[in-house]
Write a protein that binds this ligand. Structure first.
Ligand code: SF4
Ligand code: SF4
Length: 374
């Protein structure tokens, strides 16, 4: 890198206390040692692994290290910077390269055509704003709920809930593009900026005032990283909470289940949205809510964030965090492990299978739980 890591990421404040490493959820099961990465940046010895620093790709960008650093150093940002350097040098792994290329060409990282983006809505009555048509309340369904079969249930459930509450929303149909949250975290700042520019122009052309997202990742980037967008960005759990408070959403059907709730990092740690999803969950009649010991600020991450959905596993050891999460939920006696993020939904559901818990527990998105209660 032309500018030193030390200057770019203000590493000089580091006192090598190791709080970042102690708080890193993947440190114990991969070879990522955040304190050491900061030290190497500080002493300018450069990346530890000559093959392209695979340990930087193990980071889930959960933000624990940056949040816990007593000296204001930003280790997570340094790791993203190291990824950028790897991409610039053409050292990104093929799966990451493909995701970036697909986003550039098709507006999604899943390698699927733009024309297929609304297939999830085929049998549903989902309003699409025509070019230039006003869409003050926009439902941004997102790439993963558009293309991944299991995650499509999130978008399908939400549009059912919106219809039941008489929400005057619109979608952008196949004109919608990737939000850029994962792209920035994979280290492709140039592509992220292109997405910001394109999406901002598109939103403005439709007079968007409020965006409701399926994913905490999309909400996070619209809210915190789009500069002066001037548009309110809400995760659907916040929006549903508003609808419930205003008496616009009624949930008459009991769901007699014991449920626990997994805080998605980009809803919880990154944006401190802890209460709204719990309030929505508790508004579902019949539900018995049991809280994880490690919840809210202390919640474990599922390992699906930070672009990790497109990173091949590198140098792993031990139990996956999502498996620990599932085992903890089973021990709590939960019928449903509820979350509110398409990536958490996919990683936790996979972990139910790999941890041998099939038949013992189901992973359910909050949107699905609410739709069950209509
Ligand atoms: S927590 Fe901050 S000061 Fe402590 S080792 Fe990590 S980066 Fe350095
Ligand atoms: S952001 Fe999270 S996963 Fe990444 S290094 Fe920091 S603590 Fe570890």
């Amino acid at each position: 890198m032309a500018v030193s890591l030390k200057e770019t990421y203000e590493l000089l404040g580091c006192i090598q206390c190791g709080r970042c490493t102690a708080g890193c959820p993947v440190g114990f099961r991969t070879y990522l040692n955040v304190r050491k990465v900061v030290y190497e940046g500080l002493t300018e010895t450069g990346p530890r692994d000559a093959k392209g620093r695979p340990e930087a790709w193990n980071c889930t960008t959960c933000s624990n290290c940056t949040d816990r650093c007593p000296k204001g150093v930003k280790p997570m940002e340094l790791l993203i910077g190291l990824r950028s350097a790897a991409i610039e040098k053409g050292k990104a792994m093929p799966t990451v390269r493909d995701a970036l290329e697909s986003t550039f060409k098709h507006g999604n990282p899943w390698g699927r055509g733009r024309d297929k983006r609304m297939e999830w809505a085929e049998d549903l009555d989902v309003p699409v704003a025509d070019e230039g048509e006003e869409a003050p309340l926009l439902y941004f369904y997102g790439c993963t709920p558009a293309y991944e079969t299991r995650a499509q249930d999130v978008a399908k459930s939400l549009v059912r809930v919106f219809a039941a509450a008489g929400v005057p929303y619109k979608t952008l149909g196949t004109a919608e593009s990737d939000c850029g949250n994962e792209i920035w975290r994979l280290g492709e700042q140039g592509l992220f900026e292109l997405l910001v520019e394109g999406n901002t122009e598109l939103f403005r052309s439709h007079g968007v005032e409020t965006i409701v997202t399926s994913s905490p990742h999309c909400m996070n980037t619209f809210k915190n990283e789009y500069g002066d967008l001037g548009i309110e960005a809400l995760h659907y759990s916040q929006f549903l909470k508003e609808l419930l408070d205003e008496g616009k959403l009624e949930l008459p059907t009991p769901v007699e289940k014991t449920v626990t709730y997994h805080d998605p990092c980009f809803l919880g740690k990154h944006n401190e949205i802890y209460d709204e999803p719990r309030d929505v969950l508790n508004a579902v009649p019949g539900v018995t809510f049991v809280e994880f010991d490690r919840s809210r600020e202390r919640a474990l991450c599922c390992e699906g964030g930070g672009g990790r959905m497109w990173v091949e596993a590198v140098e792993e050891r031990g139990e996956r965090i999502a498996e620990i999460r599932v085992n903890d939920a089973v021990a709590l006696g939960a019928d449903y492990l509820v979350t509110a993020c398409p990536f958490c939904l996919l990683t936790l559901e996979d972990a139910v299978k790999t941890s041998g818990n099939e038949g013992k527990i189901e992973v359910v998105d909050l949107s699905e739980l609410v739709a069950m209660a209509l």
